[in-house]
Write a protein of this length. Structure first.
Length: 289
């Protein structure tokens, strides 16, 4: 009797958990669609910015803009590393992969003799690096899974000022690149300095007004800001994809556990009924004998 009562309680508990994970899967699927649309919408603008900058680029102009300044012979000595994670869990190994990639990049830069200035977005990354005893210059938990261009500007503006002043030699971002809902690899992207265009790019001829220098002065900060905005948007979409996958797996596993528990309960109940019948028959025989 006690065994069947315990099985009923476990079946009820697993069923409740399965309802929760199924609901979370549906919510994540809905949010993933919206986040994926934002990723797709952000890509053409980024591609257009990159094309215009590449068409305007020249070595002579590059010397006038600090954001195009490439590392000198001494290499990179001070790097700002921005690690983006989520504020919430229940998304499988999503945050663990981002943190692992951030730690790997920190170790790689320090092995090369560079000092790393850590910037963190998301509670999961902040909690881990605090536990690891790593000091972060910036800690942001207010961005969440709906980043805006204003958030990107707030994050990247002081980094651009530091790069222009020469206190930073490079700025890199660790984020989840959104290839698809099932493919979101942790990626390191260097957003500063702005890389020069490829040498095999065909030359473009424009009548410019104002000058190429004036246009680049406005476009370069926008390009860097957009690179970070894309990293934030893609990480948000990747988080929803990872949570949907994790909740689907949890729902499927709960269903498998329910099947096992119900079969076990039915066997236990049958054994209990058989025992009760045997006891009744035995009692009846004892009375007639």
């Amino acid at each position: 009797m006690a065994q069947t009562r315990g099985l009923r309680q476990r079946i009820k508990s697993v069923h409740s958990i399965r309802q929760i994970t199924k609901t979370m899967e549906m919510v994540a699927t809905s949010r993933l669609k919206r986040a994926q649309d934002r990723v797709v919408a952000a890509r053409p603008y980024a591609a257009a910015l990159a094309d215009v900058i590449a068409d305007l680029y020249s070595p002579a102009l590059a010397e006038r803009f600090a954001l195009l300044r490439q590392p000198g012979p001494a290499g990179v000595k001070r790097v700002a590393l921005l690690v983006i994670t989520s504020n919430r869990g229940l998304c499988g190994a999503f945050n663990a992969n981002l943190i692992r990639e951030g730690r790997r990049r920190i170790q790689e830069l320090e092995d090369q003799g560079a000092a790393v200035e850590l910037h963190l977005v998301g509670k999961k990354g902040i909690g881990f690096f605090r536990f690891a005893g790593r000091t972060a210059v910036v800690q942001r938990t207010d961005i969440g899974d709906r980043p805006t261009t204003a958030h990107a500007e707030e994050l990247v503006s002081p980094l651009m000022r530091g790069f222009e002043a020469g206190t930073l030699d490079a700025v890199e971002v660790v984020f989840a690149r959104f290839n698809s809902a099932m493919s979101t690899p942790a990626t390191v992207l260097r957003i500063l300095p702005v890389p020069p265009p490829s040498t095999d790019r065909p030359a473009a001829f424009y009548i410019l007004k104002p000058s190429a220098e004036a246009i680049l002065e406005r476009l370069l900060p926008l390009y860097v800001q957009n690179q970070l905005f894309r990293a934030l948007v893609e990480t948000a979409a990747a988080e929803h994809g990872a949570r949907r996958t994790a909740m689907k797996n949890a729902t499927d596993n709960a269903g498998d556990i329910l099947d096992i528990l119900r079969r076990t309960y039915n066997r236990a109940r049958q054994a209990q009924i058989t025992q009760e019948i045997a006891e009744i028959v035995g009692g009846a025989e004892a009375q007639t004998g």
